[in-house]
Write a protein that binds this ligand. Sequence first.
Ligand SMILES: C[S@@+](CC[C@H](N)C(=O)[O-])C[C@H]1O[C@@H](n2cnc3c(N)ncnc32)[C@H](O)[C@@H]1O
Length: 292
Amino acid sequence: MRYHIPVLSQEVIGIIRPEKDCIYVDATCGMGGHSLAILESCGATCRMICCDRDENALRIAKERLSKYSDRTVFLRTNYTDLIEALQQAGIVSVDSILLDLGVSLMQLEEPSRGFSFKNEGPLDMRMDKNLELTAYDLLVRLGEGELTAIFCEYGEEPLSGEISRAIVAERRRGKLANSTRVLADLICRVYGGRRSKVYPATRVFQALRIKVNNELGNLETALCRYIKWMIPRSKLVVVSYHSLEDRIVKTVFRSNKSSLNILTKKPVTPSPEEIRENRMSRSAKLRAVVKL
Ligand SMILES: C[S@@+](CC[C@H](N)C(=O)[O-])C[C@H]1O[C@@H](n2cnc3c(N)ncnc32)[C@H](O)[C@@H]1O
């Protein structure tokens, strides 16, 4: 199995500056890459709380970090409910929280999860299998206007209207199969000879994933909750992967600036070397704050 390469890992470590006796939270632990880097660079007495809403991710991270099992706690939770989950685990304060947003390589590469148009699979896209609606449920249940709004708002897809019209037409003919390839091919047909900077299905897949998992709503809620709850001198580090997420991070940090010191006046971005070595890092932006 290929592990997800943690993005901006050195920069994250440079901000958190792991020390002994501290408690660090990786609220989107995924395959555990950042957690491992933090554990490797802090003293033998620091503790790591690894959270994710995806049970497969947590299982992989648990195995990968087994060497540190005496100092790691794994919590399956939506990061919006992090504070309650920590309190239930008897943890009343922490020294830093990391949010590395987006999807992990495991989710993208597993065809049955339906996140990628590169693999044939069902249009699922749920990070948490307990979520009620899959991407396919949205495509068969929502009206043309609602689909257009999702593609437009969460994917900034220029052909949102045409794509949702084609989806609804296919659906009426009973031809909209629960298949990543079927959807990707339909979008390519709508594009026809028109040019697109990215593969034509990229933006619609992103939009569906964001909607299915309520990614933007979760992000805003979580940031506001964390900032209120954090103790003085604790840090919050967020790595985002598209402008919609980065805008939320920037806005929430700025609107709470009376209680925060913003450590990144401009977002930190990966070096050309990191982008060359890990394409998944190419759109990353890191912002960090410390509670006053
Ligand atoms: C980019 S990956 C993290 C990769 C990780 N830093 C590593 O190095 O392996 C993002 C992770 O966030 C998780 N995630 C996304 N939204 C979440 C939420 N609301 N609550 C908890 N986990 C979430 C996903 O399941 C995924 O595993």
